[in-house]
Design a protein around this ligand. Structure first.
Ligand SMILES: [Zn+2]
Length: 383
């Protein structure tokens, strides 16, 4: 795998690049739809192909418990199992383990935890995580890391960072197929010196890319942006940078501006389940009764199949009834919105217009509602 840096924005740290993997290229900045269990929730393969992301993400922790390594070995990895032919990135399971504070023990060896599925105990070590990701056959693997709350004290943060470094080297050692790329994860909480130390340690080793981990876990938005900027600026120019688990459209735009290339987040599907969508007019709630008789599309400027075929009134009805089709149609729209946003960002960097796109979008997303407009369109919330 290698990263081709095509253009550096002159106004900001935004960059346009291409990640070349064994299953094709990823145009960056890129957003990866999350397929936790080997499916992007509510979408089938044809939906996914129509959205056409260059890469999707799977969760090692969940896929290890179900269906398990044996199934991936039988089907020839996740590509053979789910029918997706383009690149797949798998996370290492570190974040999911972090989310189980009462059901896991972290030692030097790895994380011992009890399965939420059948109560059995599992040991997820760096080597085990690589073994599972090898069976899944992902094109980009992540090292197992110890994620910790941003609000943890300095000693605990240092300890988690140091164990993450040792686990990263063990993961590198455990990789058996060099065509599977391996990304390391920078930790260090919200401490400047620790973040620098983490970058300086990890970048001495032959990882294919670097993720900025341990953010979106309790810090403020300002801290997240500052630490993204600080870490991205110290990472090498010739490797991709991935901000894990982030975020809303504005979060993505802010991180691209600070030099991040890759993102993943469950927000597009999670918001869809709650009747919320991102539109060219801001964030919109489909559920209010004011939408009941609307024969307008969700977003008049959107070209997704949901906006082309269905009225807001119908989507309001389906969402209120908690009809799975409603969830699916909104998820399709939100995923389309994210892919479209990334295309706009890539084009803007290419044509030296990222600054004007940034200003247009932030103005659009933060514009205060005029009383008249608020009255007419009470379901619109701006972020
Ligand atoms: Zn749409």
């Amino acid at each position: 795998m290698h990263f081709e840096l095509q253009k550096q924005d002159s106004w900001s740290s935004a960059r346009r690049g291409v990640v070349h993997t064994r299953r094709g290229t990823i145009q960056t900045p890129a957003f990866m739809p999350v397929g936790t269990f080997g499916a992007v929730r509510t979408l089938d393969l044809a939906d996914l192909q129509s959205l056409n992301p260059d890469i999707i993400l799977g969760n090692t922790y969940h896929l290890m418990l179900r269906p398990g390594v044996e199934v991936f070995n039988h089907f020839g990895g996740i590509h053979g199992f789910i029918g997706w032919e383009k690149p797949v990135l798998t996370d290492s399971g570190g974040y999911q383990i972090f989310c189980l504070p009462h059901h896991r023990t972290i030692t030097e060896e790895g994380a011992r935890f009890r399965s939420y599925h059948d109560g059995r105990f599992f040991m997820l070590s760096p080597e085990k995580s690589i073994e599972v990701q090898t069976a899944i056959g992902s094109d980009i693997m992540m090292v197992l890391d110890q994620c910790i709350e941003s609000t943890a004290d300095i000693n605990a943060t240092r300890k988690a960072m140091e164990i993450t470094h040792r686990w990263a080297l063990r993961s590198l050692e455990a990789r058996s197929d060099a065509t599977q790329a391996l990304f390391a994860i920078v930790q260090g909480g919200v401490d400047e010196a620790l973040r620098y130390e983490s970058v300086d340690f990890l970048t001495q080793h032959p990882f294919d890319g670097f993720a900025i981990g341990g953010l979106a876990v309790g810090e403020t938005k300002r801290e997240r942006e500052d630490f993204t900027e600080l870490v991205a600026a110290r990472l090498p120019q010739n490797k991709p940078r991935y901000l894990m688990g982030v975020g809303t459209p504005i979060d993505l735009l802010e991180a691209v501006r600070r030099g991040v290339d890759m993102f993943d987040c469950v927000i597009p599907t999670m918001y869809a389940e709650r009747g919320k969508v991102f539109t060219s007019q801001g964030k919109k709630n489909v559920l209010p009764v004011a939408n009941r008789l609307s024969d307008q599309p969700l977003d008049p400027e959107c070209e997704c199949s949901t906006c082309r075929q269905y009225s807001l009134g119908y989507l309001n009805h389906l969402s209120k009834c908690e009809e799975p089709t409603g969830w699916r149609l909104l998820a399709l729209h939100n995923q389309h919105y994210y892919q479209h946003l990334m295309r706009q960002i890539r084009n803007a960097i290419e044509t030296d217009s990222f600054e004007s796109l940034y200003r247009d979008l932030t103005r659009q997303w933060t514009a205060p509602l005029s009383p008249r407009r608020a009255d007419i369109n009470s379901s619109v919330n701006y972020y």
